[in-house]
Design a protein around this ligand. Structure first.
Ligand SMILES: [Zn+2]
Length: 320
């Protein structure tokens, strides 16, 4: 076992906010990229995912406690009811620093539910209540539309739910839509659904690893390896970035380590589930669309959603 595999096991609390000047070494320990994509892999259609982005944004901001949040939840549950062999809507409460009481819901769809070897793919479905990165402070109280930050990862997983229902996967796959990722403003009131999942995931059916999709729809995509993922989930990084390479997407999935981001993968890593974060943190010029009113469907690309969906589909149907 190469040394880097050892390093993916958490040892104490990771230095979340420090920059990790690492360069990922792509050790030869899994499928050879020269082999090419897995034969018979189902097709992932980015246009389908794009329609699901538009549908979500049309509900309005999906901020906990709002009508848009309730409407999107009802829509997701109705859709998954016919697509997932097992579906769980896990409701929990959280009192924010502000005193707001939030009712939150994680949605879990399980495929090949009896398989002992499982993976979890997750994205947040809620959206941020404020546009606090907008240059114009007058815009700060406007909720973000969340086309990329919320709807993109959710749409890719919803599209996968249709694929998985028609094409039984070779391992157990849990799709998890977490709530309360982006409530904030402080970290105490963020990552709420991922923390709840990590604290309650049963030993029976526990995933061997996880993959987080966040902000996966930018029209100018770049997915360098996120820093915490490189340090604590390198074995997952190897699998995902190799899948991208097999599909010819190396230019969009550079193996150098980029930013270190506190995100929904952190609670899972702390719970002993190595989880990589597939995230493009260059949304618009200088990341200028992030947490602003410019996070709209016009700034999300069906092509990018399709590429990410293909990579995840390749990951699943090559055996995880
Ligand atoms: Zn956000």
């Amino acid at each position: 076992m190469p040394d880097w595999v050892e390093k993916c096991v958490p040892r104490g609390r990771p230095p979340w906010r420090s920059f990790l000047p690492l360069v990922l070494v792509m050790a030869a320990c899994s499928a050879d990229p020269a082999i090419g994509p897995t034969p018979g892999r189902p097709v992932f259609d980015g246009e389908v995912a794009m329609e699901l982005v538009q549908r979500q944004v049309a509900f309005g901001p999906r901020v906990p406690g709002t009508d848009g949040h309730a409407r999107q939840l009802a829509w997701m549950l109705a859709r998954l009811d016919s697509l997932a062999p097992v579906m769980v809507a896990d409701t929990f409460d959280h009192v924010a620093v502000s005193g707001d009481s939030l009712r939150l819901v994680n949605v879990l769809a399980r495929y090949n539910p009896d398989a002992s070897r499982r993976i979890v793919l997750l994205a947040h479905w809620d959206t941020r209540p404020r546009s606090d990165e907008a240059l114009d402070v007058a815009l700060h109280d406007i909720p973000v539309p969340g086309a990329n930050d919320g709807a993109s990862g959710t749409a890719v997983l919803l599209t996968l739910s249709s694929i998985l229902s028609e094409n039984p996967p070779p391992l157990g796959v849990d799709l998890l839509w977490v709530d309360g990722e982006d409530y904030g403003p402080g970290v105490e009131d963020m990552l709420l659904g991922a923390r709840h999942y990590a604290a309650t995931v049963a030993d029976d059916g526990r995933p061997v690893y996880g993959l987080l999709l966040d902000m996966v729809g930018d029209a100018d995509p770049s997915f360098p390896v996120e820093g915490i993922s490189a340090q604590y989930a390198n074995v997952v990084v190897q699998k995902v970035w190799r899948a991208a390479e097999r599909l010819g997407y190396r230019a969009f999935f550079p193996t150098a380590v980029g930013r270190t981001l506190t995100d929904d993968h952190v609670p899972l890593i702390e719970a002993g589930i190595p989880t990589a974060n597939l995230v493009d943190f260059t949304y618009g010029p200088g990341n200028s669309y992030w947490h602003t009113p410019q996070d709209v469907p016009e700034n999300v690309s069906a092509t990018t959603l399709g590429m990410v969906g293909e990579v995840v589909t390749e990951l699943i149907y090559s055996g995880g």
